[in-house]
Write a protein that binds this ligand. Structure first.
Ligand code: PEP
Ligand code: MG
Length: 585
């Protein structure tokens, strides 16, 4: 039997189902007498202190293991427990005669409802964090033990309405083989953590999860978003084989770790990784990426009360350079605004945020923030192989202004007596159609271009990339998008400068022959895709890729482009799921 949910990670797994009961519903109705108020205030204080200690311990072990995403989440939870805007209303409710657990319940409900109603997905997800902290606080106040995931010793697939992000932070990925959730979304902290921990996860399964019996063996395919249950023995055997196959294929992929990225006809390709924090940096280094093609620096600003200081940023950028041991690290200046909101920068509300003040536009509006980041990047670049590039460049004016800020940052560092890099390569992200059309002009004023195919596709076909109803996973094969990528690649080839592509398209095996065929020699993919894309490239012949790309560029529709690719590379789809590849040249 099959449950169809939403894919939330790249892994697959199978194990007995461990069904978690829904969190007990605590009615916020319990009142106290005036003489009990002091006791309840004290109980609250003790519970908060206890939780803060717990979070501090968890944080210390996460930081030791370099689990940055987990650390940020737990750090945010601890910060909430120190925030008077969270604690004072709870104390006020107790003073008004509500028992401590009821007071917490009331405030958490109110706050999370306010957040959940906001249009922004970022704040909706933070509602989950507030409930998480509130839940723990109530359990602590009532002396109820919460499930301790760190105590699980047998392999399981967790099935639950919801799993708290703070639980994910202590889950062991050798024990938990999969996660199946009734609710949640791919952008929830729980799903992000499952993905970064390599745990198979399917979310938004709805009430269908109630059909799963406790202890029965279930199979989770996080890439396809399906859960299989009520499995007859022969199906279990089949699935075990496919999981073995998946693991063998992972082992085979390992052999590509320390190889250079070469096509079958020995053309060298630079295959870099996209990172978004220090743990993805570690993974990029572990899989032997040829460099960092996109360092999304927004994480430094997330969940912060104040923007990160120059020193803080410098340490992170320098450590990225050190970790990559001389291989290039391309740092993208912050791309905040649009769908990426960062409260500490106080981005104003706009009717169309994706067409509003995001990326370089925000930096040009907030020079202090921009100069601080540029100074930190330049200080790191004086010691490491670091490049800088700018997001959402609309045309030459944006680029010249950004370069001017870089020059100011250099001068101010020099005046302050810091060593500065002899030279730093500056690049432009081509994400806006006009930038692609004007790429022959832009490339004259910078050292490299990196195509952000996620945004380039979104803006070319006018389809919100977060709106699953209108944005198809194959949208980047739209012939209009391909024309813009080709134009950009040609501009760079003619100028003799590098052109990279760092959107999700570079991780799509079907797109790789087209990109190489259009002349790109630099790709940047998520760390989990480095080895399989390197393996695919090693089986591609450039002359054939060129011919297929030219044919695809003449196609009338996305469907025709896909048919063209599959006609010439009939087995290429196998690479999407890491199955045994059948190579054709
Ligand atoms: C892109 O737009 O393709 C890109 C890589 O940038 P981001 O996904 O961070 O917007
Ligand atoms: Mg982008």
């Amino acid at each position: 039997m099959l449950i169809k949910g939403v894919p939330a990670s790249h892994a697959i797994g199978m194990a007995p189902a461990f069904i978690l009961p829904p969190n007990p519903i605590i009615k916020g109705q319990e009142t106290i007498r005036p003489h009990q108020i002091g006791d309840h205030l004290e109980q609250l204080e003790l519970a908060v202190d206890h939780l803060k200690k717990l979070y501090t311990q968890t944080l210390a072990s996460l930081e030791q293991e370099n689990n940055t995403v987990q650390s940020q989440i737990i750090g945010f939870h601890r910060m909430l427990l120190e925030d008077p805007e969270f604690l004072e209303p709870i104390q006020a409710q107790i003073r008004q005669g509500w028992a401590a657990p009821s007071a917490v319940q009331k405030v958490v409900e109110e706050l999370s409802a306010q957040f959940a109603q906001l249009e922004s997905q970022y704040f909706q997800e933070r509602a989950q964090d507030i409930q998480d902290v509130g839940n723990r606080l109530i359990h602590q106040l009532q002396g109820i033990r919460m499930p301790d995931f760190s105590a699980l010793t047998e392999k399981v697939v967790l099935v639950a309405d919801e799993i708290l992000p703070s639980d994910m932070a202590v889950i062991r990925c050798d024990i938990v083989q999969g996660i199946v959730l009734k609710g949640s979304s791919t952008t929830s902290h729980t799903a992000i953590l499952a993905n970064s921990m390599g745990i198979a996860a399917v979310v938004s399964c709805g009430t269908a999860i109630e059909r799963i019996a406790p202890g029965e063996t279930i199979y989770v395919d996080g890439e396809k978003g399906i859960v299989e249950y009520s499995l007859p023995p022969q199906r279990i055997a089949q699935l075990e084989e496919s999981i073995d196959h998946y693991h063998r294929s992972q082992v085979e992929l390992e052999s590509y770790r320390d190889r250079s990225t070469l096509t079958q006809d020995h053309t060298s390709i630079e295959l870099c990784a996209n990172i978004l924090d220090l743990s993805s940096l570690q993974r990029a280094a572990q899989v032997g990426a040829d460099g960092i093609g996109l360092f999304r620096t927004e994480f430094l600003y997330l969940d912060k009360v104040l923007p990160p200081t120059e020193e803080e940023q410098y340490q992170v950028y320098r450590s990225a350079g050190q970790t990559m041991k001389g291989r290039p690290v391309s740092i993208r200046t912050i791309d905040i605004g649009g769908d990426k909101e960062v409260p500490c920068l106080g981005v104003r509300q706009e009717l169309n945020p994706l067409l509003g003040c995001r990326g370089i536009r925000l930096c040009l509006e907030q020079p202090d923030i921009f100069l601080t980041q540029l100074r930190a990047i330049l200080r790191a670049a004086a010691q490491e192989n670091i490049r800088v590039f700018y997001p959402m460049i609309g045309g030459i004016e944006d680029l010249l202004k950004a370069k001017d800020f870089l020059f100011q940052a250099l001068e101010s560092l020099q005046a302050d007596g810091y060593p500065i890099p002899a030279d730093i390569q500056q690049g432009v992200m081509v994400e806006i159609p006009s930038a692609a059309l004007l790429s022959h002009i832009l490339i004259k004023h910078c050292d490299f271009i990196s195509i952000g195919s996620n945004d380039l596709t979104q803006y070319t076909i006018a389809a919100d990339r977060l709106n699953a109803h209108i944005y198809r996973p194959d949208a980047h094969f739209d012939p209009g998008v391909l024309q813009l990528i080709y134009k950009t690649a040609q501009s760079c080839t003619q100028a003799g400068k590098p052109c990279s592509l760092c959107g999700e398209m570079a991780s799509d095996p079907l797109a790789v022959p087209l990109l190489l065929g259009m002349g790109l020699r630099h790709l940047s993919v998520n760390p989990a895709s480095v080895l399989r894309i390197r393996r695919l490239i090693s089986h591609l012949d450039l002359a054939k890729a060129r011919q297929v790309a030219l044919e695809a560029l003449n196609c009338d529709s996305t469907q025709a482009v896909l048919e063209c690719i599959l006609t010439h590379y009939p087995s290429i789809e196998e690479y999407r799921y890491d199955k045994e590849p059948i190579y054709e040249h």
